[in-house]
Design a protein around this ligand. Structure first.
Ligand code: CP
Length: 325
């Protein structure tokens, strides 16, 4: 969907719309740059001047806690001015289209839009019509893509010592409705992960999942056998039409991650979740709150990863400059 729109004529990242279409070098450059930004959050003055004078607009047409807030913190740590556009109080309610809203915000000399939208392809549409100086980052579009989530998940796996070339990763739950799962499968394949699994009931698996680069399992004990990383996904009731799971209790019994099921994974396997999580539905609290869980570190890493993406698309590789200031 994103085609070549993501790169400029010099093959430099211009917009971040999806993981699909990125190469391993670009992904590793983002992860390495993020590593240099982690320390910024640990300083007394948590700021570097990379985006001073730039205006970043958070444009979220769908609810968010983690992505919107970490983008805002990331932009502020890069010294940008940040506008959190209030959709509920905007002229969207009077029937203004997405592109007209964007055109009006662009007329206010803004530089970067972070776009979350219920429709797949929304960020792509905005990027296609954006003037050349404006940059777009997809913060989640329908079921299609959530590229910065995949990047922060990959960052977290590497931070916990997982070697992409050797690990087994299981993604569990509502694969069908999950943009997180799609982006994650893409990034793991690009990074050379040899064994990517999805575990779900048939009703929550898209057809031809193997073509996307993941092996399907329908039984938790089989799918979790020997894995190094477990990524639990939220049951997305708001995207379901009709009953796709028998009952919450039965779903938890079969697919909820418990200490008992975790036993078949590697002893040092980590448990990830992009949030928001449904305790007692896809994950038991005893696992979510255990030291195997990386759920809160994922959120913290999201700041550094989003700083890296913004720095790279706004000004090329600012790795060293960012670390020095
Ligand atoms: N992981 C994630 O996208 O969370 P939010 O919906 O809270 O942004």
């Amino acid at each position: 969907m994103s085609g070549d729109l993501q790169f400029d004529s010099n093959k430099r990242l211009r917009h971040l719309l999806s993981i699909d279409g990125l190469d391993q070098k670009t992904i590793l450059e983002i992860l390495d740059t993020a590593e240099t930004f982690i320390s910024v959050g640990e300083r007394q003055i948590r700021k570097v001047p990379l985006l001073r004078g730039k205006t970043v607009v958070n444009l979220f047409f769908e609810a968010s806690t983690r992505t919107r807030t970490t983008f805002e913190i990331a932009a502020k740590r890069l010294s940008a001015d940040v506008i959190n556009f209030n959709i509920g109080a905007s002229s969207t309610n009077k029937g203004e289209t997405l592109l007209d809203t964007i055109n009006n915000l662009e007329a206010m000399h803004t530089d970067l839009f972070i776009v979350r939208h219920i429709d797949a392809g929304a960020a792509y549409l905005v990027a296609k019509h954006a003037p050349s100086h404006v940059r777009i980052i997809n913060a989640g579009d329908g079921r299609h893509a959530h590229p910065t989530q995949a990047l922060l998940d990959a960052y977290t796996m590497r931070q916990y010592g997982k070697d992409f070339k050797k690990i087994k990763v299981a993604i569990v739950g509502d694969i069908m409705h999950s943009r997180v799962a799609r982006s994650l499968i893409h990034i793991l394949n690009i990074l050379g992960v040899p064994d990517v699994r999805v575990i779900a009931p048939k009703t929550l698996l898209p057809v031809a999942i193997e073509r996307l680069g993941a092996h399907p399992y329908f039984d938790m004990y089989e799918g979790l056998e020997g894995v190094d990383v477990i990524v639990m996904l939220r049951i997305q009731r708001e995207r379901m039409q009709g009953a796709l799971i028998p009952s919450e209790q039965e779903y938890f019994n079969l697919y909820g991650l418990t200490e008992e099921k975790l036993v078949v994974a590697q002893d040092d396997a980590i448990v990830m979740h992009p949030g928001p999580m449904n305790r007692g539905l896809e994950i038991d609290s005893s696992v979510a709150d255990s030291d195997r869980a990386t759920i809160l570190p994922q959120v913290s890493n999201g700041i550094a990863v989003r700083m890296a993406v913004m720095a790279l698309i706004m000004g090329g590789n600012q790795k060293n400059k960012g670390a020095e200031n």
